[in-house]
Structure formats: structure tokens, C-alpha cells
Design a protein around this ligand. Sequence first.
Ligand code: GCU
Length: 593
Amino acid sequence: MAADDPFHHLHDEDYARPYVAGFVGAGSYVPVNGRPVVSLDGDWLLTLDLFDEGLRQKWFALDETPPSQWSHPRDYEIEAGEPTPVPSCWNLLKPEWTHFEGAGWYTRHVDWQRGPAGERVILSVGAANYAAMAFVNGRYVGGHRGGSTPFSLDVTELLQDGRNRLQIMVENRRCPTRVPMQHIDWFNYGGLYREISLLRLPATFIREARAALLPGGQEVRFSIQLSEAQDTTAQVSVPELGVALSVPVCGGLGEATVPFAGQRWSPDAPRLYDIQFACGADQVNERIGFRTIETRGTDILVNGETIRLKGVCVHEDDLALGKVSTEEDVRRRFRHVKELGGNFLRLSHYPHHEHVARVADEMGLLLWAEIPVYWAIAFDHPDTYADAENQLRELIMRDVNRASVILWGIGNENADTDARLSFMSRLAQAARRADSSRLVGAACLINRETFTIEDRLAEYLDVIGLNEYFGWYEPNFSGLDRLLANSSPTKPVIVSETGADALPGHRGAGRVLFTEDWQAEFYRQQITRLAAKPYVAGIAAWLLYDFRTERRQTGFQKGFNRKGLIAEDKTTRKLAFAVLAELFAEWGTPGLS
Ligand code: GCU
């Protein structure tokens, strides 16, 4: 069939390949890092596209003549799109869109004035679930896959003076080779659900600017990577520490190490310092806390002191906003964790919004951040590995300066197979290459044959995450007693999930499932056992709030996972909340003294 045949698109099932070939990843990501941006948040026009007609028929290439002047019939009209706030999840905007899994075409116009010669203009997207493709004035710019990490597209050559048309196609289909794949226990929201902006940069700009304490905590290393492999000089200043450095940059890379004379960051004293990195016409402003994180035997140490991580897991899920995570929502969840006497959150099961770690830096909380290598990933598929590693690198590039982030989680509840071991050991090595300063962990399953805390992946981890639900998915706690008696791990164990469902207001005596009483008793039975084991360095209850998931359809659940300590209204506390707070208070010293 000739390509200029108007019906060519009906017979071409390979239509996406040219666009996927233009996908970008961590290598082109430019953290905004406090630079001024032109926000593109606000009303866009959204047209849902179940069959990918937009790519098949190249909707993006259509001009904007009004229908009365069309010479040929069309199947797409920008103005027929629904006014849609960005960021948002389309699932919550119209009842008929609740379970939509397909493509959505967002369109808006941008009035622009090109800057001085050499200027770079970057389209910065906080995240789009799951894949995205961008078009400027009818031309494809590039795309991205991975539903929870930021990406950057250079639009310099395509933006013109005056009015520009910007279109972003987002597609949230679940696929066996994606990360996560098609079977998940959370809601598959779709859309442009984090902030979008345009970033003006000089021809040579700072792509990465890092500052961290070296092991031992006596020295701080500043490092800079420029967008170009140039030899020049950069400046780093920390006014409150009297630091004002000129850093030689060779081949685009520069670093300087100086004695650290400041106050360490800790959960009890979250001290942050304003730091400026400058080079030529570019400047990055950061607020960074300096701390060390390490393991010693089965202990986890912050600033050289053993700490017990007491906390909860949390999803990005909101009754009204779905996966959109406002700063107000973040501060509420952190207040709830502190009311629990907690110092720790596991950000399940994917990279959360960038402001989560920034607010945790301010409020003094420790975070386990992770990528969604969840359940039965296609461990033997090269594209799947590339996607997983890219999401990991983008997460690390974005949050590498956040003191609150102490651990990169590389997976959750994956069966211990050879393909999984190869895939995840590579991910662990990739995490260390990208950032050698933090711990690497994964939420593992127990070894059912030996009934021990054992997983071949543990060799590649600093911390063994353990998901166990004895007393909920298993009828009693004898299995937990057996597991703990059988196990003698040589690395710290964080119980990365343990919990039970409870419908608020549903009461009963004894083991009556889905009652608040049993959820509370579950924690009494669990925490007293776990807290007695020195190798249990942390506990993350599953989880803080009830959340949407289509897998859960009993009368108690009706599309929600009810293991929250608080209902999905993020207000109604269950009995277990106060019980867990008491148990945490009794468990050793509450965090760092
Ligand atoms: C698993 C899984 C969670 C899930 C939880 C549950 O451990 O990691 O994503 O929601 O169990 O069963 O509630």
C-alpha cells in the first residue's frame, strides 16, 4: 500500500516505531533545581484516543483551519477537546473516563519570544503516566516512557516567535513488558499529573550539581557536570559555611572537596544549607542537608548513630486528585507519620513527586524511594530492563541531593528466579554507579522452602526488605515465630510491609477479618515479635491511607485496599493508628536522640 494512500494508516500496525525511537531518558534529563521556569500548568484541551488514531492519522500534523473550510473530513479537532486542568488524572475528570486506558492528546498554545543566540529551551515534564510524546507546531520533539519520573525535551529549534502549538500525547496502557507490567495493586491513573514548564538555559548549562558528605562525615564533596564537555571554572558557595569555591571544570566535569564545619542534618535536627552552583550564565540554587547513612552489621546508622526506622508505606493516591500529589497533601501525610511517632516512610511503589523529598528534608523524615519493579516483571526482556534502569537513574538524578532519601528500592515482591536475580542485581549495580552514597534495598519475599528471611538478591543489597503478612493472609502468627526463629540475616532487615485490612467502623471480637479490632490486634502481635529481633532495623506498616485498587471488590473493599491506618478521606483514623503509635513509642529510643 503506497504511503501517500489516504487509507495507508488502516493497514500499518508498525505506526509507533518512529516515535518510540525518539524516546529520551536520564541522559537528557535536566533537573530544574531552583531555576526560573515558564509554567505551562493550567487549562489544556484533551481528546481521548482509544485506538491510537492520533499517531496512525498524525493528528499532530493537522493545521488549525476551522471545520467550515476543511477540504477533507477529519477525525480530530483540537477545539473539540475537553478543557482539562494540568496537572490532573483524566480518570477523575469525567465518570466515563474513570477506567480509560489508552492515549490522551493534550493541546495548548504558547506565546513565545526567542532569547539570545545559543539559548536552549527545555520542555520539563514532572511525570506522565505511562508514556508521553511531544509535538511542537506539528513536529515530533521526542517522548518518554516510565510513569513516575521526570523528563526533559529540547524544543529550542521548534519554538518560534509568537504563537506556538504544543501537543503532548500521554498513554497509560498496561503492558507485559512495562515497569510495572499489567498486574498491579493500585489504580492505573492516566495523564499529565505533575507540573509542566519551559526552562530557558544558556548554550552551556549545569546538567548536574551535587553536594554530599563523604563517609566519615568530615568532608563535603561538591560536583558539577556541564551540558558540554568544556574546560572552564565553576563557582560553589555556601554562605552560612563561609564556603566560596572556584572549581576547575575539565571536559565538563568538576569537583571540590572541603572540610565540613557545619551542622549535620538529622530527623531531630533537619538543618539545611543554601548552596549556589554557578558556571558562566547558569546558576543552580539548592537547599541541602548533610548527613551520613551506612550499615554496620545488622544496624542502620545515620551520622554514625544506630537508628530504628519507624514508619509506614504510602501510595500517591487521593480521592479527589488521584495520583496528583499536592504539597498540602504531602505535609498532611508527614504530620500523620510524626503523630505515629514515626521517622520513616516507604514511598511505594514508584518515584513520588519531587516535593515529597524536599518537604521531608525540611520536616526531618527518612525516605525509602523506589521504582515499580513490581511482582512478575518481564525479567528476560531487554526493553524492560532498559526501562527499569532508566527510571532508576531519573529518580536518582532528581533526588540525589535530598538528605531525607536514605535508600533506593529496586523492587517489590519478585519471585526469586534466575532471570529476576540477573535483572535486579544489575539494577543494584546501576544504583551504586549512579549514587554510591546511599543504601540499596528491595522488598523481598521469604524463602518458603527453608522458611527463612533469605533471598539470593540479598548479596547485592545493603538492606533486606521483608514483606510479611502473618496474621492476615496467613491465619495466625506462628509462621512469623517460625520465620524469626529460623532466620539469622547478616544485614539489616526492614519489614517493608506488614498490615491488615479494616473497614472503618466495622467492629468485632477476636480474629474477625476487616474489623478495626483485628487490625489493631494484628499490630500488637506483629510489632512485639519484630521489635524483639535486633536485626529488624526498621518497620514500615502497610500503610498510611486506604487507596483505590480494582483488585479489591468485597463488600468491605469496593475498589479500595483497606489496610490504611487512616481511611481514604485521610482523616478518619482506625483503632490501629493509636495502637501502632504506642508500639512504636515502646520500641527502643524514638529515632536519633
Ligand atoms: C503486597 C504488595 C502491596 C499490596 C499489599 C496488600 O505486599 O506489595 O502493593 O497492596 O501486599 O496485599 O495489601
